[in-house]
Write a protein of this length. Structure first.
Length: 291
């Protein structure tokens, strides 16, 4: 019992050190209004893949050749900042509504889902965590449950091939589930990242087989990272998330230079599909990524 208590005390000390020396200040707002571009090459399709609980600091050591190839083939940011509190509910919602979750001013606040729906664009929405379904339910979007395995991923790929949706969102609850159970950054966590990476070519092949690959932009991102078994404090390893984007009209092997926030993703997706960015949104399109 004494050894257990000592272990807990050591963990608390490490967390305190990380907190005091690793806290993240909010990025300075970047006014991109004067950086608008009329020459953006719009795509017809977006495929968004989300890996819940995937912090940027885990990418260098990960065995994720497919994701790393996407970084070379497109644009990326490893220091995109999420919102506080750094939990799934707040951040997935902020990503989809183009605004920090606590700035949502009404029940019918626009999201990328409602913008797509209003424009008559087809949507394929796959979720694992129930909180993601709650987001789709807010906007009356049909959703499909997905497991973090090959069978479910192949079913999602088949749906893409048969329906060619304008917007596909596939969000897995891993590696977050493994992080909570086995700790973030453990061997089990990295094995889960390796598995998730193997799903990427299945999804991209679906776009090839359906004939939409050359008209598609692929995006991979997440909601937060993690330390030990949790992610509810303001630390760089929790706040910094990866954002990878490649495909039609996107710069290759480009590192995003300006400060970027998770709620800049929705405006960027709107611009990619040639849709207007709602005035209610706080986020700004990442204009610099376009060729």
């Amino acid at each position: 019992m004494a050894l257990y208590h000592m272990k807990v005390i050591k963990i608390i000390i490490v967390i305190c050190v990380l907190f005091f020396f690793g806290c993240v200040s909010e990025p300075v707002h970047v006014n991109r209004d004067d950086q608008k571009r009329a020459d953006v090459i719009n795509a017809e399709h977006i495929i968004f893949i989300g890996f819940d609980g995937f912090g940027s600091n885990f990418l260098p050591k990960s065995n994720m050749p497919n994701l790393k190839q996407m970084i070379v083939q497109g644009s990326s940011a490893m220091n995109m900042i999420n919102v506080l509190p750094p939990v799934s509910t707040a951040n997935w919602l902020s990503l989809f509504i183009g605004t920090p979750h606590n700035k949502k001013t009404s029940e019918n606040f626009p999201s990328i889902l409602s913008v797509l729906n209003d424009a008559g664009k087809s949507i394929a929405y796959f979720y694992e965590w129930h909180g993601m379904k709650e987001i789709s339910d807010l906007y009356n979007i049909e959703s499909f449950y997905i497991d973090p395995n090959y069978e479910s991923t192949l079913k999602a790929a088949q749906y893409i091939k048969e329906n060619k949706p304008a917007f596909t969102s596939i969000v897995y609850s891993e590696p977050d589930n493994t992080g909570h159970k086995k700790w973030f950054g453990t061997k089990a966590y990295y094995k889960k990242l390796e598995l998730l990476d193997s799903f990427i070519p299945i999804i991209t092949q679906a776009a090839i087989d359906s004939g939409i690959y050359d008209k598609t932009v692929f995006i991979i991102s997440t909601d937060h990272g993690g330390v030990f078994w949790e992610h509810q404090v303001n630390l760089k390893s929790i706040r910094n998330i990866p954002f990878i984007i490649c495909g039609k009209g996107i710069k290759k092997d480009y590192k995003i230079l300006t400060a970027s926030r998770i709620f800049d993703i929705a405006p960027t997706m709107a611009v990619i599909l040639g849709l207007d960015v709602p005035s209610e949104w706080t986020g700004s399109p990442l204009w610099e990524i376009f060729d």
